[in-house]
Design a protein around this ligand. Structure first.
Ligand code: GUN
Ligand code: FE
Length: 428
């Protein structure tokens, strides 16, 4: 019964992509970690359950960060005037090289895990580094946060520079197998995911090997796609036989399947051809607008992806995204889409608040199953938020409070966090 209770407060969640349902002084029911729905009046059958009274607080679904680099967390916000390839070479690769030192990794991952636990994120899909021991350390630490995650030991056998390149495709594959063996059956909440960094980091042989491994072990894949113009041009040179970047992943069986969907971060330059490939494989786009603005990458046409029926969630992409705050990521996604509409193509309408909130909750949550909403049967992932520091001279609806919460993230803080009904964080 520990995981069965009722929460009272001001509830908001997406009923659909374009529709937010709210209840002022409503009730949210959790039975054995599963949401039984949100109600204005508590149904008779749930009246015997313990009640947690959060009257006046906002209650929203937990958020899914579909793309975040744990080892980059401690240098977020630095080197932001560079574009992707220079930023990787000058900041990211030298930093990640430090994770060969397990003591360094322990300390840095403790910062990441601590802040993730206190964040709005309840589910995350995470890149580690190419180092097996450090990746296991990260998984150990993430398991303790209560957040449910996929974590990838990164594969990279070319163009990593000094200290961040595996010896060969064979060595990279062998390291991956050793990692998978070492963690088998070890965690309840932390799952492995195959992680070729991106095409420029992985030889054809490595990509083929990873595609095969994903199929054999039924493991999902995550990577980066069409983020930056120089990167896209480079991939054309590296894999001349593919007609587009996404095809290079598909050729090597890294695009996944409906039941083992691949996550592709960015997709800023994904055209109709790439969209067709993403759609065909049931892949997820991790939309990382903060990162895309910081590294002057561009703006992904999210509206087009949604209209094409492609799965889309939001990623913070720390450290190219300079914050792990999913509320800020929602705001960035809206603002980027407004600029795309105004400056790039007025046929591509901006994201509404409802749509952006959906992407951060159910849009990415779907990757984990029935996650990211308070509809009946969904995992009970919930955040209790205090927005009382934002004064208002007028009576606000729950919908209005939710919107300004995303537009003023600094003034809102998290009081309680639940994942599958487990109370994983309380603000002291
Ligand atoms: N492409 C390959 N590696 C990375 C990375 O670490 N961050 C971003 N934003 N793009 C990448
Ligand atoms: Fe990334």
């Amino acid at each position: 019964m520990g995981n069965s209770f009722v929460i009272k407060g001001d509830i908001a969640y997406n009923k659909a992509l374009k529709e937010i349902q709210t209840y002022k002084d409503g009730y949210l029911v959790c039975v054995d970690g599963i949401c039984k729905g949100a109600f204005q009046k508590l149904p008779e059958e749930y009246k015997s359950l313990p009640l947690k009274d959060y009257t006046g607080k906002l209650i929203v679904p937990g958020m899914t960060d579909l793309h975040v680099h744990a080892p980059q967390y401690t240098f977020r916000g630095i080197g932001m005037d560079l574009e992707l390839l220079d930023w990787l070479n000058q900041h990211t690769f030298p930093e990640e090289a430090h994770y060969s030192d397990i003591e360094y990794a322990k300390k840095a991952y403790a910062y990441f895990s601590h802040d993730l636990m206190r964040s709005f994120t309840t589910r995350a899909v995470v890149f580690a580094t190419m180092h097996t021991e450090a990746t296991i350390e990260l998984m150990d630490q993430l398991e303790k946060t209560g957040v449910i995650s996929y974590v990838g030991r990164v594969n990279m056998d070319r163009n990593g520079g000094e200290g961040l390149q595996e010896e060969s495709a064979e060595a990279s594959l062998k390291g991956t197998l050793e990692w998978l063996e070492a963690i088998e059956g070890k965690y309840e909440r932390t799952m492995p995911i195959i992680t070729p960094r991106f095409i420029p980091s992985c030889s054809d042989e490595l990509m083929k090997g990873l595609g095969k491994l994903s199929e054999e072990k039924k493991l999902r894949i995550q990577s980066h796609l069409s983020e930056n113009k120089s990167e896209v041009a480079w991939v054309k040179e590296l894999v001349p036989e593919s007609d587009c970047y996404a095809r290079a992943y598909e050729m090597f069986d890294n695009m996944g399947t409906e039941d083992r969907p691949t996550i592709m971060a960015h997709c800023v330059y994904s055209d109709e051809r790439e969209m067709e490939i993403l759609k065909k494989h049931g892949a997820y786009v991790a939309h990382c607008s903060d990162s895309n603005m910081n590294l002057t990458s561009g703006i992904a046409p999210v509206r087009k992806f949604l209209e094409a029926g492609i799965n889309v969630g939001i990623g913070t992409d720390v450290a190219a995204g300079s914050s792990m705050n999913m509320l800020k990521a929602i705001l960035n996604a809206i603002q980027a889409s407004k600029m795309y509409y105004r400056l790039v193509d007025e046929n591509v309408k901006q994201l509404s608040f409802e749509e952006a909130f959906y992407l951060a909750t159910e849009g990415g949550g779907k990757y984990f199953g029935k996650v990211g909403s308070f509809k009946e049967g969904y995992d009970f992932d919930a955040l209790v938020l205090d927005d009382s520091a934002m004064y208002s001279m007028r009576e606000l609806s729950v919908r209005e409070r939710l919107e300004r919460t995303c537009y003023n993230d600094a003034d809102v803080y998290i009081l309680h966090k639940f994942v599958q009904g487990n109370n994983v964080f309380d603000r002291k």
